[in-house]
Design a binder for this molecule. Sequence first.
Ligand SMILES: [Fe+2]
Length: 490
Amino acid sequence: MIALSPTSSKFPDTPAFKGLNRPSRVECDIVGLEVDGELPADLRGSFYRCGPDPQFPPLLGDDIFINGDGVVSAFHIRDGRVDYSSRFVRTAKFLAERAAGRSLFGAYRNPYTDAPEAAGLDRTTANTSMLWHAGRLYALKEDGRPHRIDPDTLATLETWDFDGALQSRTFTAHPKTDPASGELVFFGYQAGGGESSPVAFGTAVDGLLKFEEWFEPPYVSMIHDWAVTQNHVVFPVMPVTMDVERMRRGGPRWAWDPSRESVLVVMPRSGDTRHARAFTGPALWSFHVMNAFEEGSDVHIDLCLAQAAPMPAVDGSFPPREASAQYLTRVTCALGTDDAAFSMRRLWGDMPVDFPEIDQRRATLPYRHGFVAARDPRRELPPEAQYGGIWFNCLAHVDHHTGEVERYYVGPGGTVQEPVFAPRTPDSEEGDGYLLAVVNHFPEALGSLLVFDTRSLSSGPVAAVKVPLFLRPTFHGMWLSAADRDASKA
Ligand SMILES: [Fe+2]
């Protein structure tokens, strides 16, 4: 076997860089993609996505998938034509490594493993999600501040700190936008940067910070997603914990610690951290929340919930694969009682799921329709997905009123990425519109954007936009209608 040096041009022959996880590193503009089927005439706008893709082979000889440099991409859909673009986010990390011609940064969120040239530089990769707020587009990752992106060219414009008003050094990849007021509700954990402990919580309207408060969580954990209702915010503190000594030894920043309990910290959305209330339960893990809402004095949080996190435990063991399968679950915090525990009810148990989506016009409100990527283990696994990573083979549409779940299987050799919902019209009924999702087709490894009519997901896509490239799996995307985009220019 040939040993890789830090200046090697070759990516390692390890699971994080093979099959579905192999690097793409493509920046491109393709005008006029081929379309099979018929694009709906009322589907006009842009589907933005953000995901990891390593610019260079890893400094340490191997890495994990999620540590790739941020790439933003866009499908622009108008008048039956689809154009596609992708660009790396020009983070401080990306620019320093581009100048050096090699990786300078080491393990995921572990500065103790960096090359000396990386000292003091912002380590964020901006590789997780996209945000549209006050007429501006941003790429987000939870360990840094937002990077503003040009919505047409995808060029990186600046890092964003509300014109100097934001104190937090971090900003979640999962802020929520109130559909009625347009208020942006956000947080940042380890808000002081580095290995600090406070959580920042704030809101913004029209790009202006309304308030920002800091508080101490029960313990430092990875708070990837959270929940926002009309009157409350919920911080899920679940036991994926940090150990600085482990990091100094070159180990991972985060590890699963099942000896700790989960704590849901609930507080008023209006921003009074003194009125926080903690609801506790067993060690659990969730990456993503579908939606949250209030029913009387109950706060319901619908999330993809597992018995363990899919990462090494503090003792170095790895939780069994079935323990880290996430199922759609409703967690309830009963604010009207003295109950100190949260309760749980599984909403759909047929398949493990992740990447939940809703009609964003119902965010923070009672809602009926949810969408998820799902994994049917009874179907054949494409060999390219055997290395793990983000692979799903089904899409599902959950009707919370009837309990019915409609599904679509993408076929052998197919893996599907996060679905994103686009309303049919601004005032169409909740859930009535289109579901957009990128599918990778193996063994050719080419991508396509599938467009479904949500009135009949199981009938299959009404249009398939063909991309003559391998589209490395992304994390999150968003739909920006042409009407909303045009309104921001007015
Ligand atoms: Fe996420």
